[in-house]
Design a protein around this ligand. Sequence first.
Ligand code: FES
Length: 178
Amino acid sequence: MNEHDCPCTPADRSESETTDRRGLLKWSTILLGGLATAATGVPIIGFLLGPLRKQKDKWIRAGALKEFAEGEIRLVDLENPLAKATDGDTGRIAVYVRRVAGTQFQVFAVNCTHLGCPVHWFPQAGMFLCPCHGGAFYEDGSRASGPPPRALYEYEHRIENSELMVKLGHLPTLQQPA
Ligand code: FES
């Protein structure tokens, strides 16, 4: 049936179109309201449930004792226990291992304690240097100069069956003790 066949008056048709537009607006409002609620609600729910799915630090093997020469500092790339399958290489953690003597070790976070840039070890100078703002640290991780306010952060570690184990996961900052 076309409009010539329709028995309704022009006023009836106009009212019908107005009703259709109101319905469309109503459903659009409900849909957009639902999307806005989901957009704000999902992060809040994630925040509230965060503590339930909090992952723990784990002891990760850094290598056999014989792999670390006494008096040397070496960069070691380790598996991050908090990494997800999609993280790829960025899910790994690099740490500096210093074998002081015998079973005495230090394991440093590579992040400068100023703003977190990765520091580099220069054996000739016997210093860790930060490329970002010139921070410098001695071989024992203590602050030498520049803007860093404190020594390098150290990971908790232990010797187990002649292997160096490092507790990895969260960065060993002051708020997140090792
Ligand atoms: S981040 Fe290292 S000195 Fe600023």
